[in-house]
Ligand binder design. Sequence first.
Ligand code: SF4
Ligand code: SF4
Length: 161
Amino acid sequence: MTIGVKKVARPEQMSFGESLYLLEIMKGLAVTMGHFLHNIAHNKEIPTIEYPEVRRTMPARFRGCHRLMKRPDGSPRCVACYMCATACPAKCITIVAGESPDPAVEKYPVRFDIDMLRCVFCGQCVEACPCDAIRMDTGWHTPPEDTREKLIYMIDKLLEK
Ligand code: SF4
Ligand code: SF4
């Protein structure tokens, strides 16, 4: 049995002038210049959001900054099982578990922080959590900060959202 060989169409031979791409570069620059001049002439019509004072409303399924959910008594719903930290591809979740005084809960997070500079907003932590203790439904993306430390969100910050 003969195995059919697919013929691949080769691109047409380019002339020397075409191989320099000068015409294509000029066409590209003309498009860019057209948009530039249009925006200068109509700059009042360009939608500008004065971030961070004004924020746009994100779509309902937008994956924003994390929050930790609370129980009715205000304690974290998290049981420090490390599932989210294990699933996190960026390894940006740090958890330290402690013994809970409530025997029904067993463990709770003494420390739970997320390094937002490393987070890739993939949502794996939310998917991995067995008790819906972490969500990314705040509708906020990471705000600008002036130090790296401020972008490591500690448990108190994650619980207050
Ligand atoms: S969203 Fe992804 S990268 Fe960010 S903390 Fe969760 S698992 Fe890690
Ligand atoms: S947030 Fe969920 S997955 Fe992460 S440690 Fe807490 S209970 Fe486990």
